[in-house]
Design a protein around this ligand. Structure first.
Ligand SMILES: [Zn+2]
Length: 90
């Protein structure tokens, strides 16, 4: 996972207040919660507009995949009939 400071810097770069359009100061971006890989970020702009953002953290750790896994995946995709509901029920 990228560290919190990187996430906060990225938010500061990419986001601005949806009400007045001001960009945020680093100190005004706070982490409010983490659910699975979703971060809840609270921001407050210089005019005092409070906003909550949700962002999903990309996992950077690389998981080794064996050749067998790829063959299995191909088989699974060949047999897959597009019925996601069925897949999720199993
Ligand atoms: Zn604002």
């Amino acid at each position: 996972m990228p560290n919190l400071m990187e996430i906060i810097r990225q938010i500061q770069r990419d986001l601005s207040c949806p009400i007045c359009g001001q960009s945020y100061e680093i100190g005004k971006i706070r982490l409010r919660g983490l659910f699975d890989r979703t971060l809840i970020i609270q921001t407050i702009c210089a005019s005092g507009h409070l906003t909550l953002f949700m962002t999903t953290v990309k996992v950077q750790k690389k998981i080794p995949i064996s050749t067998n896994d790829i063959i299995d995946l191909h088989k699974a995709l060949e047999n897959f009939n597009g019925d996601f509901q069925k897949v999720w029920k199993n």
